[in-house]
Each structure stands twice: as structure tokens, then as C-alpha cells.
Write a protein that binds this ligand. Sequence first.
Ligand code: BES
Ligand code: ZN
Length: 485
Amino acid sequence: MSPSPTSLPLQPALDWLGHHQADLVERLRDYVRIPSVSAQPAHAQDVHRCAEWIAGRFRSAGLSTVVHPTRTNPIVVARTPKVEGAPTFLVYGHYDVQPPEPFDLWTTPPFDPQVRGDDLFGRGSSDNKGQHLAHLHAAEACLASGVGLPCNLVFLVEGEEEVGSSALQEFLPLHRNELACDAVVVSDNGIPDLEHPALTYALRGIAALEVRIDGPSKDLHSGLFGGTVENPAMALCRLLAQMRDETGRVTVPGFYDDVVELSAYERAQLARLPTSPADYLALTGSPALFGEPGHTPEEQRTARPTFEINGLTSGYQGEGSKTIIPAWASAKLTLRLVANQDPGRVIAAVKAHLERSCPSTVRITVHHGHGAVPYLMSPDGPMAAAALAALQEGYGHPGLLMREGGSIPIVSAFQRHLGADTLLLGMALPDDNAHSPNEKFNLRSYASGMRMAVHLWPRLAAAARVANPGRFGRHQPAGGAGSAA
Ligand code: BES
Ligand code: ZN
């Protein structure tokens, strides 16, 4: 690997992180103690307190910080001291967390964070407090140690990612000038393990729908009426069953028309990831794997679209039996999408297909829900190369390329409103229990992630200068404007 492309000697910043490691863990414990659950109105005060807490950390680190009120949860924007003529990078994270329930499945309480072995347990430790706090600390280390930063960093930390980011979706176009940047960095995702750090260059999008089938005007005696009128639950099952074939391929006409296929380069890179089919069996507990032939599980889960039933409701669910023809049946559906599928077009096509396929013996209503555009950036450009080198430096192992099957809706909004690509540099591990009981964050990944971020900024700044020759002034020497002086 090439040496760091800058004269900035980074060692003092790395030493600062090493000396302060115990304090940095305590700070994460303080952050996780705040129960900033965005889904639960009872925690509204905690959510606001959490925004103020992280704003306070940014201010102590020397960043000029504004807490923007919104109709819902505050958005925190913090900027490092201005470095004239240098590239600017936006670092995004979210201070809100998922609900902690069910409490009885936690070994220690979700908001009383405890260290056991290499892990810090607590709701939000991995998703996402630990990951963006690592970026804050890396910037603090650069400023406090006198190393300085070769670029401008703008931190954007919101409080409702777990409930749809609606305030930020409005905020972004209104603040596009102050958030203008050369690239976005997001650590709100994962890597296979500590020996295989990775840059995620694609996320799946999503399209959500709800379908309801109505039949008789009330539940009927299935002996007296069975065989004379259609059963809505049966009609819904038939309708949904024919939405995909036995390998999972979606049967909606035109569904695959816009799908960008994996290149040979990408397939070779994904094959370097350590996760095997046996790992997917172990991770899921399923008796067998399933999916489109000709693709590995890693490709299936990240580079191919899906159609899933998330919830299915009809008829009698209580104890014992009840002989009825239910009056209605309903299902919650989501499709995960890949570049270049458009959520709006997919929702319209699926709705039309369901309506067309529905027998006239029942009535169908399809409601459309939320959507997110899939995300894909070039995995072989200079920005990606810079990120891969920083991963090697932070984790001590070569950086790999991966895609992710989950969705972070705001990432495609960054592309749309700011014209900037997002480098996804996750620090979470597959067993972090995000959204589950006993969520935890690996403290070795925390430390490696902080070192990675220290190495990232000089490399990314150099890559931005290569990508946009003539846009920036002469390179600032170490300790110049922008250092913590
Ligand atoms: N941080 C996750 C998404 C994620 C996890 C991306 C792991 C990549 C790797 C985020 O908090 C999340 O859960 N997103 C939702 C979004 C959806 C509700 C629109 C998802 O993917 O289900
Ligand atoms: Zn989440």
C-alpha cells in the first residue's frame, strides 16, 4: 500500500486515541445511558437531551455546533475549524435508538451499559451511537494532538433515523449549501468480522405496500357457507403465492427490466468476503438456504431484489378452533430493490399486478407505503481506494468491498440533493444484535474505527483533489489553519 499521501504526521493523533481509550469508552457509556427512543413519545425529553449531549461533545472537541429544532427531533450540525481551499466531507449518524423491548431478554438493562469481554452492551451502542462517536473522537484526536485536519468536516447527526428520517428529508434540500461536500461518510452498517474490514458501496432500496382482501360482509359459518363464497384468506394466499416463483424470482412483468447486473469485477470482490453458505445457515437458524440459482447467498442478499411478506393477518387466532370463513385478510409487503429500480414504479407495477390477478369473487384494496431508492457508487474510483487504504490502516487487515442488503434511505437523498457519493464504513459486527435484545458494540472495532477515521481524512482529501483538479487551493501543511491551535 502507498504511504499516506500527505505530510501530516498522524502518530500524535493515534497516540492520543491510545492514551484516552478508557475515557472514550466511558463517554460512549454516558451516551448509551440516554434512552433516546424515537418511536416512543414517552422518551421525547430524552431524545432532546440526547441531541444536547452530543452537541456538547462536539463543542468540547472544538467544533462549532448548532442544534436545529425541527417539528419533531432536533438535528445537530457541527463543523471543524475552517481550512480554506480544502475539500469538505459530511459525516452522518443518528442519535436515536430502537425501542428496547422485550426487557426480560436483556442480560443487563438496555440503558445501563456494561462492558463484558470486548463488548459494550446497551441499546444504541452499535446502531448508531458508538459508530458516529468514533468519528467525533477521531476528529477530536486530530485537533487536540496538533495534527490538524487536511479538510473540513461537517457532522450531521439526526434523531429519527429509526422512524423514517422525515425531518432530515425536509432539512436536507433547505440546507444544501451549508451541507455541500465532496463526499459523505456514513458508519451505520457492518463488516463481516474484525479481520475483514470493508467498504460498502451499495445498499438495497425498498418499496412497501399493504394489501387487503374483503369477501363476505361478516365472518360466516364455514359449514353453512363454505363452498358457496370465496374465502378471503385463501384468495390472498393464492394471490401472494404467485407473486414469485419457487426460487424467489419475482413474477411481476417488467420487474427486472432496470436491474443493474453485477460486473465480473464485483463478483470477484464479493467472493473475497469470508461469509460462507454455512455461516448463513448458522446466522439464520433456517433448515436450508433458498434463492435464485446462479448467485451466492452474499449476492442474493445484497445485489438481487426480493418480494417479502412481513405480516399476514386473517381469521381466528385465539385458542382452539373456530369454523369460519373470515370476512377479510390482509398482508404487509416489502420489496427490497437494487440499482436502478425505482420504488414508485415498482409500487405501481406491483399494485397493478395484484389488482389484475385478483379474482372477482373478492374485493382488493392496495395501499402504498414508504419507499427508498437503492444506492450504488463506483467501487473502483479514487474515493473507494482511499477508504480501502484507511481500513487497512485502522484494522490492520486489507479492506474488502461489499454490498449491503439493508436500506439507509437518506443515503440516496445525499446523492440527489448534495450530488455526493456516500462511503459506507461500518464498524458493526454481525452478532451486534442491532434492533434485538442485548445489542452490543465491539470495543476493538470502536478503537479500530477511530484509527481508520484518523487515516481516512488525508487519503480522502487527496482523492478529492485528484477527482477535482483545480477546484481546491494549495495543500495546507500540517498544523496549518484548521489545526487545534
Ligand atoms: N442501520 C440500519 C440499516 C443497515 C443495517 C444498513 C446494517 C446496512 C447494514 C438502519 O437503522 C435500518 O434498520 N434501516 C431500515 C430502513 C427501512 C425501515 C426503510 C431497514 O433496512 O429495514
Ligand atoms: Zn437501526
